[in-house]
Design a protein around this ligand. Sequence first.
Ligand code: SAH
Length: 497
Amino acid sequence: MKKNDELVLEITDMTDEGLGVGKADGFIYFVKDSIAGDTVLCGVTKLKKSYGYARLIRIIKSSPDRIEPPCPVARQCGGCQLQQLDYGAQLRLKENKVKNALIRIGGFPEEQIESLMEPIMPSVKQLRYRNKAQFPIGRGKDGGLRAGFYAGRTHSIIAQEDCILGAEENRIVLSAILSWMESHDIAPYDELSHKGLIRHVLIRKSRAFSELMVCIVINGRELPNKEELIKTLLDALDKEGSSMLGSLSISSNMKATNVIMGDSFSTIYGKPYIEDEIRLFDEQDSDKSLDIKAEALSEGAVQSVRFRISPLSFYQVNPLQMEWLYQKALSYAELRGTETVWDLYCGIGTISLFLAQKAGKVYGVEVVPEAIENAKENAKLNGLGNTEFFVGRAEDVLPSWYEEHKGTGSRGATPDVIVVDPPRKGCDEACLETMVRMQPKRIVYVSCDPATLARDLKYLCQNGYELKRIAPCDMFPQTVHCECAVKLERKILKSKK
Ligand code: SAH
């Protein structure tokens, strides 16, 4: 076999990234856009010693799990890797991904994982579940203004103003912005020449209050024709009778980088935030409550918290699943009302404030200053004075706080529970090490990456903790990503330092 050769493959498996896997002549091939159960004709694109990559040319026999992707540009876009896979099969793939990571990377025995893992929580909505979208603005092949996504490895943009994972309002906002750019001859950013003004549009929607946040990322400091932009947006949203514009801001990013947002933002209309409300339901009732919640925000919530979210703050993208996940994390924390808790990687205080409603004291740590500002405001807004928030990296703040307070009798140095919810790269070892030294009774680990979760759980379990429960949750249907909540308990009760 050599590059560009064609071959027929039976796809027998799928990788964690959603590539089909097939074998021929002792070689393993990875084939994008194919799924387990397919027989495909494909063309070799790359060969290594024992494996290679191939591109799908034609499906000869369809897998029983194959469905027509609901989005017409699913294959070109690449944002969704699993649209051609039936939802039940997507869930199985994710469950296996979590299991495999814990067994292979975490080194946990298969039987232990089988017995501790809860069935994956399916997403109530499989499309239009995202409350946040970021669209690059640029030119299409014909030079016209576009919002959509980059056509694989090029600098031209394929128009897709209505991503079917996102809110319907995105389309209205984007076409208003493009028509304003057109009328005032405002240039989109061009990655190659690093010229042009408008780079990205971030849109976030509050589910509880149908408020929209729009943030325009610019390669410059000032936005011309602001008043016209505000008017165009307000008129467009008004005409379609949809959500209200709660916040319009600009964020200046003049670096030649693929990081989307700039370091700061300034508000040009409305508030510097939008508000959302998260409601938690009784866990026993979770199936029922999810049904109800899918239709409307309903009565019967056992806890609710109102949040302010700035453009630079992290906020979970799938609100219904978020509620389930937080409920799970909270029940794993087993709070009775008097406990001292740390919430590391706390963002705007989402988990912290639910914890604070049930604990004595909650400390939160987060690296983004704007998010901590939100967290403090949110604590006030909800009357939760038993919270304290720190800006900084968890791996810096926690060790230095601990060094300063250990042995002083401060309960923060000997917390009952530590909750962590790190980004994909997981926790830094300096953070894990201090957590272990603080000897909390329980650790609740919320993770968006099974591989780094498995790595960190291995460390914690080698250092005095025991895995108690694992709950995968599908936050991101159509993609390969999987979220998990995990409960750990301290094995040996050593005397506290
Ligand atoms: N628990 C929050 C946020 C989780 S996302 C929620 O559920 O909404 C992870 C958060 O960790 C982000 O807000 C990110 O800004 C923050 N973060 C990333 N690296 C960090 C670090 N080294 N120390 C502290 N926070 C960090």
